[in-house]
Write a protein that binds this ligand. Structure first.
Ligand SMILES: *[C@@H]1O[C@H](CO)[C@@H](O)[C@H](O)[C@H]1NC(C)=O
Ligand SMILES: *[C@@H]1O[C@H](CO)[C@@H](O)[C@H](O)[C@H]1NC(C)=O
Ligand SMILES: *[C@@H]1O[C@H](CO)[C@@H](O)[C@H](O)[C@H]1NC(C)=O
Ligand SMILES: *[C@@H]1O[C@H](CO)[C@@H](O)[C@H](O)[C@H]1NC(C)=O
Length: 636
């Protein structure tokens, strides 16, 4: 009860802080770099370019061959209709998972499949193609020189590490900075789910940031969202604060929970996670039109694609980075429309009123004369309806504003996911759970046990069983050891990279002489505590209570009235099966050594069996006083 209230208060406090932290409304700022209101968007096919981003291809030799074949068609046809200035492929080019999906390894064949697509589509000759590594592309790589680092052999870029690419145009220079936070050496699944940027890598990024200050706009891109990067001071978000947007992937669509994950950092940088190619066939077209950013995340082979670049969406405004005032001085609405067939019409609606048909300028650009002063205050809605020669119609709409005082916020869940530090959350939950478990064990050992009331209820019986557990040495010490060990001990020792033995702790992984700070390990720890250690403790308490009520294992099994307890045994048994399965996972993933040298897995299964057996065979002498107490409070 007390725990529930405390937990409730804690959640409320955390929510209050988060709501404040994740209020992502644009803070109006006087932009220093952008006093100039000109060039303002007009009718010319100038001052505009667009790029394509695609992420998380997961090309696999075992499953879903259409992933690769669709990507091939995308490269051979779709991109030709879009003609981007640049293509960013933000990691996880290959799946690199074993056939049973448990293990991870680099397969040369998957990389060859990727390279074949590049070659067949002449992607590298036709386009500027920047393909970077994701966590899947660096599974099981002892060092970058290793032959298993196929990225070096088969990708277009073949360059690990962060870099700065400048897209030069007659109307301005545009910086694209890659953030490479993948781990070197690269441990197997799941230990590179979080990226790391050490001091040296951060210094490098700071230098790139300085270089980019001469550019009109800068966009940063990487595989990992910033919430899944552990970076040394001053932190990746501070270093990239001059960027208009950070483009990433990695989280896919969170298994369909969030089709789009976008937010804005406090300095105004947008963070735009893109859904995966793997299952969702997403890609992104991002445009700078007169230095105003706009983008559309769309699905492969769904034409026509529409992107309204002026007036841009109110949600993605950044007064710190963009010359937003230009929209007020613009003479034309500007729309990019792409299709595999000729476009037949681009119709525009403003605030629900049909405006006029936009006229074609050149390439995908369509413009329509407008009078922005009619929309100078408040929020308005623009909608573009595009039809192509095949009869297909697509519409796109957004809210826009020319008013600096109006601002919109991103949804709470997306902001929570992108703006927090997920590894710190994992760490906090883990530590809290360990402290609670150890606290309960130790507190009840030293608390004086009150006499049991007559006809005790659920709560008093629970407390009674806690007392019995903590005061019975052969249960207390193993459980205390288990919870302390979960926090400090190595969970297992095994081949975290093939041929390289390492150890896994709650607070990190050591492999190949390298220590990787804990991140995903805390989440593994939280799952372990929530779905094994704590249920085991509760189960043993319950068994002890039955013992105190005078049951032996045989009498408990035979007693017909105890049918209601069957689900409890089954539940514990299923949890044990899960634990056994994770032993199998260790065996499959990190080798036979890890199976035997795994205190938190194989040994724990044995200990659980032993502890349960011990609880049922515990000599009555140790429980005698409790048995007597139970009896008297029931019979009286
Ligand atoms: C890019 O920056 C240059 C120099 O500041 C400026 O002259 C030019 O107009 C800018 N380009 C655009 C499209 O705003
Ligand atoms: C782009 O950069 C080049 C080289 O740094 C510079 O000469 C040129 O003036 C820049 N262009 C614009 C439009 O700022
Ligand atoms: C916009 O304003 C102009 C004059 O400023 C006026 O002639 C025109 O009718 C207005 N259009 C709309 C749609 O309100
Ligand atoms: C925006 O707010 C400022 C002060 O908060 C006010 O002076 C200004 O008139 C407002 N602008 C518009 C367009 O409403």
């Amino acid at each position: 009860m007390l725990l529930k209230i405390l937990a409730g208060l804690l959640v409320a406090a955390v929510m209050a802080i988060l709501l404040d932290l994740y209020n992502t409304a644009e803070v109006p700022k006087q932009h220093q770099r952008w006093q100039s209101q000109f060039p303002a968007p007009g009718a010319e096919a100038f001052n505009v370019f667009w790029v394509v981003q695609v992420t998380d291809l997961h090309i696999s030799k075992f499953l879903h061959p259409e992933r690769a074949s669709d990507f091939e068609k995308f490269c051979m046809e779709s991109i030709d209709f879009i003609k981007p200035s640049l293509i960013l492929v933000t990691g996880d080019l290959t799946d690199s998972k074993t056939k049973d999906k448990l293990g991870s390894d680099q397969f040369e064949m998957e990389w060859q499949m990727y390279q074949t697509i590049l070659k067949k589509s002449k992607a590298m000759e036709k386009w500027k193609w920047l393909d970077i590594r994701g966590n899947h592309d660096s599974f099981n790589i002892p060092d970058l020189q290793s032959f298993r680092n196929y990225y070096r052999k088969y990708s277009a870029l073949r360059k690990e590490g962060s870099f700065h690419y400048i897209h030069r145009t007659p109307f301005g220079n545009y910086s694209f900075i890659c953030v490479d936070a993948t781990l070197t050496p690269g441990p197997k699944r799941p230990f590179n789910f979080f990226g790391i940027l050490n001091k040296r890598q951060m210094d490098e990024l700071s230098l790139l940031e300085k270089e980019s200050q001469h550019s009109n706009q800068s966009v940063w891109f990487g595989h990992y969202p910033t919430s899944t990067i552990m970076s040394s001071s001053p932190g990746i978000r501070a270093v990239m604060s001059s960027a208009t947007a950070y483009l990433c992937g990695h989280l896919h669509t969170l298994g369909g929970i969030l089709p789009t994950i976008y937010s804005r950092h406090s300095q105004g940088t947008l963070e735009l996670e893109l859904g995966d190619w793997m299952d969702n066939r997403r890609y992104r077209i991002l445009a700078f039109d007169h230095d105003l950013l706009s983008f559309a995340d769309v699905k492969y082979d769904e034409w026509p694609v529409v992107l309204i670049t002026n007036p841009k969406s109110a949600l993605y405004r950044s007064s710190a980075h963009e010359p937003l005032g230009r929209m007020k001085y613009s003479t034309h609405i500007r729309i990019l429309a792409f299709s595999r067939f000729p476009i037949t019409s681009v119709d525009v609606e403003l605030d629900g009123v049909f405006s006029e048909r936009a006229v074609h300028v050149s390439g995908p650009l369509y413009v329509l004369k407008w009078n922005p002063s009619n929309y100078s205050t408040g929020l308005h809605r623009i909608e573009a309806l595009v039809q192509d020669a095949s009869g297909k119609i697509n519409t796109r709409s957004h809210m826009f504003t020319l008013d600096d005082n109006v601002s919109l916020s991103f949804d709470f869940l997306s902001s929570l996911i992108l703006l927090s530090d997920l590894y710190i959350m994992g760490q906090v939950f883990f530590v809290l759970m360990v402290v609670v478990q150890v606290g309960v064990l130790v507190a009840f050992r030293y608390l004086r046990k009150p006499a049991l009331k007559r006809n005790p209820g659920f709560v008093s019986l629970t407390f009674f069983s806690f007392h019995v557990m903590s005061k019975t040495n052969c249960v207390y010490y193993p459980l205390l050891l288990l919870s302390l060990y979960t926090a400090v001990g190595p969970w297992f020792v095994g081949e975290i990279i093939d041929g390289h033995v390492g150890a896994c702790f709650a607070f990190g992984v050591i492999v190949n002489g390298q220590y990787f700070q804990g991140s995903v390990t805390y989440f593994v720890g939280v799952l372990q505590l929530a779905f094994f250690n704590l249920p085991l403790m509760a189960y043993l308490c319950w068994c002890l209570l039955l013992r105190c009520q005078g049951h032996s294992f045989c009498s408990h099994v035979r007693s017909g009235r105890r049918l209601s307890s069957v689900p409890i045994h089954i539940f514990m048994f299923l949890l044990l099966i899960w634990q056994v399965f994770s032993c199998y996972f260790l065996l499959q993933t990190y080798g036979i050594l890890s199976f035997f040298l795994s205190p938190m897995r194989t040994w724990l299964v044995l200990m659980t069996l032993f502890l349960t057996q011990r609880t049922w065979t515990l000599g009555s002498s140790e429980l005698k006083i409790y048995i007597v107490e139970m009896k008297t409070c029931r019979s009286s």
